[in-house]
Design a protein around this ligand. Structure first.
Ligand SMILES: Cc1ncc(COP(=O)(O)O)c(C=O)c1O
Length: 469
């Protein structure tokens, strides 16, 4: 079995060996609390401050403008809620875009429930926000504009410096979610002109569960967590010292490697795209061809279910994605692709391949061949068998489907459920869930545990149960 090919760097990156090494002492002998006055706190405190300096250096900030968080989500939530609640007296209106990560979008939904008003700006076909639209959306009560620097699905890089300039002219705070950008493209908070910027360590070969928010000096922000006075009173809770030490090391590595990695990854990305374009017909490249992260390839393969493609690639030892990992359980097409005006069908047929530090030319070539092979197989897959109509007894509108590896097992599954008195119906699975097998079983989700139990008892090998609600 060949080594796995990992092409999901936008979901998370492997932890660099140097990062692991930097973390180890703080999981052992140097366990002290950085806030302790006694000597055990000293080295952890020094490690936290050293990491802060390295992260500040990577983005051109001052170290006191870096607040450690538990990740990108907390950094985004702190920025949005922190500014919203601290500046409520000035106004209650925020502006963001429709292609933000859920860490921003769900936070906006929460703020709406608290009486704030949010404008969600549209994007063009390449996923770009028009700064003129930002200016048009500004009202006297606007307090914050939040537009991501690089998109996690299609890699589009937004004109954040122009947007920040618009915000500044109107005296409005500007935040950017730079989780996918930092460590991958040059990011400088002065050049961008933003007041707040989110980072996550696990997207730049650091550990999971640690991130940072850049908060420009003078920005009015209500703390997101209430408790101790860590992080100069801006974020309570004892610091994640091993995580922060690893994050600092990852930032240092990224700064050294970024210029060469950008060139290397851009060339690998272009090699992958041209390889795919040569071998596959009816394929669309999603996102901006130029304003794009070096390691991002996102394509739609007409007539091919993205989910089926993922399963085929996984069997071939290749890890890829259809959209953001947080959504991989959902059958909804990507909100990013839909906002870009891509049809639901094309969005369901999308494939995201994200390259990184350990990606090689040979892996790119093997992946191109594997994707092309899977496209031919999946496009050649026969339509639903003619027997399907005969195995559909009457109407039944369950709210979940059970997927099987092959048609014979799904028919067996229907039989054993019937024997156990559990209502079900053989159906064609929704296109997004089709996995080379043309039959699925419709059931009620409320009976999921009974279904699982019957299948386990009777040795029915099903793939998974998916909610349709
Ligand atoms: C653009 C963007 N923002 C925020 C996040 C959330 O970061 P974290 O996983 O560190 O909470 C992610 C993670 O996928 C992301 O891609």
């Amino acid at each position: 079995m060949p080594k796995k090919i990992y092409l999901d760097y936008a979901a998370t990156t492997p932890v660099a060996p140097e990062v692991q090494e930097a973390m180890m002492p703080f999981l052992g002998e140097l366990f002290g609390n950085p806030s302790s006055v006694h000597s055990a706190g000293q080295e952890p405190r020094v490690a936290v401050e050293r990491a802060r300096e390295k992260i500040a250096e990577l983005i051109g900030a001052r170290s006191e403008e870096i607040v450690f968080t538990s990740g990108g989500t907390e950094a985004d939530n702190t920025a949005l809620e922190g500014v919203a609640f601290a500046n409520r007296a000035r106004g209650n209106h925020l502006i963001t875009s429709t292609i933000e990560h859920h860490a921003v979008l769900e936070c906006c939904r929460f703020l709406e429930s608290q009486g704030f008003v949010v404008t969600y700006l549209p994007v063009d076909r390449n996923g770009l926000v028009d700064p003129a639209e930002v200016e048009k959306a500004i009202r006297p009560e606007t307090i914050l504009v939040s537009v991501m620097l690089a998109n996690n699905e299609v890699g589009t890089i937004q004109p954040v410096s122009v947007i920040a300039d618009v915000a500044k002219r109107h005296g409005i705070y500007c935040h950017t979610d730079a989780v996918q950008a930092v460590g991958h493209i040059p990011v400088d908070v002065s050049a961008l002109g933003v007041d707040l910027l989110s980072i996550s360590a696990h997207k730049l070969c650091g550990p999971k569960g640690v991130g940072a928010l850049f908060v420009r000096h003078g920005t009015r922000l209500t703390p997101f967590l209430h408790g101790g006075s860590q992080e100069r009173g801006r974020r309570a809770s004892t610091e994640n010292v091993p995580g922060i030490a690893g994050f600092g090391q990852a930032a240092e590595l990224a700064q050294v490697e970024l210029p060469t990695e950008m060139v290397r990854l851009t060339s690998l990305r272009d090699r992958m795209l041209s390889g795919l374009q040569q071998k596959i017909t009816d394929m669309e490249y999603n996102g901006d061809p130029v304003r794009r992260l070096p390691g991002n390839v996102n394509i739609s393969l007409t007539g091919v279910s993205g989910e089926a493609m993922l399963l085929k690639l996984d069997l071939a030892g290749i890890c890829a994605s259809t959209g953001s990992a947080c959504n991989s359980e959902s059958i909804d097409p990507s909100h990013v692709l839909r906002a870009m005006g891509i049809s639901a069908e094309q969005a369901q047929s999308s494939l995201r391949l994200t390259l990184g530090k350990w990606t090689t030319e040979e892996e790119v070539d093997r992946t191109v061949a594997a994707v092309a092979g899977a496209v031919s197989t999946l496009r050649a897959a026969p339509p639903a068998p003619p027997s399907l109509a005969s195995v559909r007894p009457g109407r039944f509108n369950g709210d979940a489907v059970v997927l099987f590896p092959d048609a014979a097992t799904s028919i067996k599954g229907a039989g054993v459920l019937k024997e156990a008195g559990i209502e079900n119906k053989l159906v064609a699975p929704p296109p997004a869930l089709r996995m080379g097998c043309d039959l699925a079983l419709e059931i009620y989700l409320s009976r999921r545990s009974e279904v699982e139990q019957v299948f386990n008892e009777k040795g029915v090998n099903y793939s998974r149960i998916v909610s349709l609600t």
